[in-house]
Structures are given as structure tokens and as C-alpha cells.
Design a protein around this ligand. Structure first.
Ligand code: GUN
Length: 172
């Protein structure tokens, strides 16, 4: 899909196509549509990220809370978004054994209890061994730093999803 096609989309089509660039936050795509025309993929992405950066902390935490746990209940139930399902499968999180699932569930619960939002990591850039390692490491970070790290991961996820949609080379 090229940028002319993106710029020609009406509101409904744009939100249908880009509504899950930020997991379960179609409101962000709805707001970004008003900023068209976009000059290229980087410009489009800049508007998604600027919206996130301009939110108060409660809104930024809200974005994180829209994310499902990695290898969590929604994966077991099959209720993930298509994008999250693909990313978690790609990281090997759909084929964990019972011990690995239990370990991640415990770490996810500890993380959520400490920070008040779920652990978010760009799963596509990780794998089943690295996820619990990174979770255990970030569990001990100061809350303000962890909020910044988690939002950085949201942006990495969004970058990869946008690049998929526009068929661009993926660089991070
Ligand atoms: N990384 C990539 N996708 C997701 C997701 O849906 N949830 C979380 N927690 N991390 C992700």
C-alpha cells in the first residue's frame, strides 16, 4: 500500500486499516486521520507517536492496559487480536510447556501488581527464552523508568505493524 492510497482513505477505512497499530486503541488512528495528508510512512508514524507522547500519564497507562498479557488467558481462549496472535506465535509463546506458562503467569502477575499495567514487550523482536528474562529484569526498574520503557515497546510494536501495512522494509 503506498502513501497516496493512505491519504485517499475516508475516516472509516483509515480506522479499519490502522485501528490496531496501537493495540486496541482505534481512537489514536481516529485522531491521526485528521492530520492527513502524510508525506510517507515515517510521517504517518510520527503522528501516532506524537499522540501517545502528548497524553497525560493516566492516558499513557491506559494504552498499556489495552494490551493483553503475553502468553496469558486471552491467548489460551483465542481472543487476541490478529496482530497480537501473530506476534506471540512468532515469539514461540503459543508453544510453551506448562512450566513455562506458569512461570510467565507468575511474573506477569507480579509485574502488574507492582506497576498497575501489563508487561508490554515487542514480542516480534524477542523469543520464548528472552521474554521471562526481560520480564524479571524490568520488574525491578523504577516505575517512572518502566513507564518510559513500556511506551517505547508500544512504539516498536506500532512501527512493525505500520511497516507491515505499508509493505516497507523494517528497520528498528
Ligand atoms: N507485544 C506484541 N504484542 C503484544 C501484546 O499484544 N501484548 C503484550 N503484552 N506485548 C505485546
Amino acid at each position: 500500500m503506498d502513501i497516496e492510497k493512505v491519504n485517499s482513505m475516508d475516516f472509516g477505512e483509515f480506522v479499519d486499516v490502522f485501528g490496531n497499530v496501537i493495540e486496541r486503541c482505534p481512537l489514536i488512528a481516529a485522531a491521526v486521520w485528521s492530520q492527513r495528508p502524510f508525506s510517507n510512512l515515517e510521517d504517518l508514524e510520527k503522528h501516532f507517536f506524537a499522540f501517545i507522547d502528548a497524553l497525560p500519564q493516566s492516558g499513557q497507562e491506559g494504552i498499556l492496559r489495552c494490551h493483553p498479557d503475553l502468553a496469558g488467558r486471552e491467548l489460551q481462549r483465542g481472543t487476541l487480536t490478529a496482530e497480537s496472535q501473530r506476534e506471540q506465535r512468532g515469539a514461540g509463546l503459543t508453544s510453551l510447556n506448562a512450566d513455562e506458562r506458569l512461570q510467565l503467569a507468575e511474573l506477569n502477575a507480579q509485574y502488574r501488581a507492582r506497576f498497575g499495567f501489563p508487561f508490554v514487550l515487542a514480542a516480534r523482536l524477542s523469543d520464548r527464552a528472552a521474554v521471562p528474562r526481560e520480564l524479571a529484569r524490568r520488574l525491578h526498574c523504577p516505575p517512572a523508568q518502566e513507564l518510559r520503557t513500556a511506551l517505547g515497546e508500544v512504539k516498536k510494536i506500532g512501527h512493525l505493524r505500520l511497516a507491515d501495512l505499508l509493505g516497507a522494509e523494517q528497520t528498528l
